[in-house]
Design a binder for this molecule. Structure first.
Ligand code: MSP
Length: 504
């Protein structure tokens, strides 16, 4: 049965170039999308840009540009990177698009008409330097300059009204907030009474946003605006049929720092609108650079484009997916990248392809040999390959992409070991049909590996499947046709050699 899978990434602030953290979430979403498409599911994969609010305005001012010009100038840096990274999103939303502004204003009006938005005076500590209200604790930390007590009239959303409904929903749907420890964090947060959410900014202080429809002196707070992107894109209030088809979303993929805004702000907004909540919000961890947080001031921001230019797209996708256990933090270092590349891609996967595409031409005129009946040794390999059929989808369904890759690579390692034991290069001189059987087993395992890894490395696995004449084949054992003529290829993953210490 065809299933629907609607998944989203956060929409990224256009205050700077995309970094490896943005690339990670978007690649993870892409891998999941491709994976579901391969299973025959219908997929809607949405990503985009968050273009309003203080941070974007400040970035534009620092460049002496109007905020819209600044956004228009930076947006292609994201879309071009996604193209380069082979991101297969179905839609790309920018919050400055008319389609989005209309929905945000309509939502504000509906929530207001329902009585869930009210005006009130807010008094709190305000950091002029940061241009935002800060908490008592932040004020006491002494890290904020120009702090003053500010009284401001603003519009508030009655988040508190939906607190109990949210707690009940989380308890009734254990899959709603994942991983488990994040769910507990939110339930802990909800043990305190929720305060209502200030959802406006006076234009006199911060005018870059969507005007509140019932008060033209205010714009909408950026999170209230941004979260709505998830319903704008599938057609809320513009295309009922499409919207009813896709909503609720299957998965909102986010980083751990924006969990509260998604699981508390967004959920209560949806309650107020009377819309069903998404099935799952999954918060992944952060990429650290070595042991440190990535930061512009430290100067350790990793630009994914540099990596792609140097090592190619698929190795970057592979590394990010293999190295981070979703839900936990991961550490990026060039050393780890190169080690992983050389061991998994050059030595294991690339080497298996080289053996198959070297020996079959040498001994069988580049024609895939018929295997005859399989031996116990062959069956060990076949069983591992067959076991992946259930294992890999189950792991990916649970977002355990790194484990799914590892399971697949265990097949590759098992086949390489099998090849060494069987030594078809020796067998070919003594007993050609036996060598043929071994090479069939190796080629078929290679084909199945490529199909399993195709969502992670679409370009490189396509090369492997082209060589094997097996484009469009599935993960079932035995689809490789004896008699197929093998294609030729360049080195799939040339080993990265590092200059000896002191020279590079
Ligand atoms: N615009 C908001 C999201 C609105 S969604 C309705 C936003 N944008 S952001 O550009 O600042 O961050 C986007 C995502 O990047 C977040 O999920 C955040 O967790 C992620 N990352 C930022 N730095 C990161 C790492 N170092 N590692 C992994 N992800 C990181 O927040």
């Amino acid at each position: 049965m065809t299933k629907k899978f609607y998944l989203t990434t956060p929409i990224y602030y256009v205050n700077d170039k995309p970094h490896i953290g943005h690339a990670y979430t978007t690649i993870l979403a892409d891998v999941l999308s491709r994976f579901h498409r391969n299973l025959g599911d219908e997929v809607l994969f949405l990503t985009g840009l968050d273009e309003h609010g203080q941070k974007v305005l400040q970035a534009a001012q620092a460049r002496n540009m109007t905020p819209q010009d600044h956004c228009d100038d930076l947006a292609p840096r994201f879309t071009q990177l996604w193209e380069k990274l082979e991101i297969s999103n179905d839609d790309f939303i920018r919050t400055t698009q008319e389609r989005h502004k209309k929905v945000v204003q309509a939502v504000l009006q509906m929530v207001y008409d329902k009585g869930d938005i009210y005006q009130s005076e807010y008094e709190g500590w305000y950091s002029v330097a940061e241009e935002r209200f800060i908490t008592e604790t932040e004020k006491d930390s002494g890290e904020f300059r120009d702090v003053k007590l500010l009284k401001e009239r603003n519009w508030f959303f009655k988040m508190s009204k939906y607190q109990q409904a949210l707690i009940d929903h989380i308890n009734a749907h254990p899959e709603y907030i994942q991983p488990e420890h994040r769910k507990n964090e939110i339930l802990g947060f909800l043990r305190q009474p929720l305060t209502d959410l200030c959802i406006s900014r006076p234009k006199s202080r911060m005018g870059w946003g969507i005007e509140i429809p019932f008060d033209n002196e205010y714009v909408t707070y950026v999170w209230f605006d941004a979260l709505i992107n998830y319903i704008t894109a599938p057609g809320y209030l513009s295309d009922d049929k499409k919207f009813n088809y896709w909503w609720p979303a299957s998965l909102h993929l986010i980083g751990k720092d924006i969990l509260t805004t998604h699981s508390v702000y967004w959920s209560t907004m949806l309650f107020s609108l009377g819309l069903p909540l998404p099935k799952t919000i999954f918060a992944h961890g952060w990429w650290l650079i070595g042991d440190s947080k990535m930061s512009k001031s430290v100067g350790n921001v990793v630009n994914p484009l540099d990596l792609v230019d140097e090592f190619g797209v698929d190795p970057v996708r592979y590394f990010l997916m293999r190295e981070m256990v979703p839900g936990q933090d991961a550490s990026f270092t060039m050393d780890a990248f190169i080690k992983r590349y050389n061991s998994d891609l050059a030595n294991d996967f690339g080497n298996l392809l080289n053996r198959v595409s070297g020996l079959i031409p040498k001994y069988f005129n580049a024609i895939v040999p018929a295997p005859g009946s399989f031996t116990a040794e062959d069956k060990v390999v076949i069983n591992i390959a067959e076991s992946l059929k259930d294992k890999v989808p189950a792991l990916v369904e649970n977002l355990k992409v790194s484990e799914a890759i590892e399971e697949t690579m265990q097949l590759v390692r098992a086949v390489n070991k099998y090849m060494e034991q069987q030594a078809p290069w020796k067998l070919a001189k003594e007993n050609l049909p036996v060598a043929g059987r071994v090479l069939y087993v190796a080629s078929e395992a290679l084909r199945i590996t490529a199909v399993h890894l195709s969502a992670v490395m679409p370009a490189k696995t396509k090369i492997v499947l082209d060589v094997l004449g097996a484009q469009g084949s599935t993960v079932n054992w035995g689809e490789l046709k004896p008699g197929t003529k093998l294609g030729i290829h360049d080195a799939l993953f040339p080993r990265i050699t590092l200059p000896p210490c002191g020279e590079g």
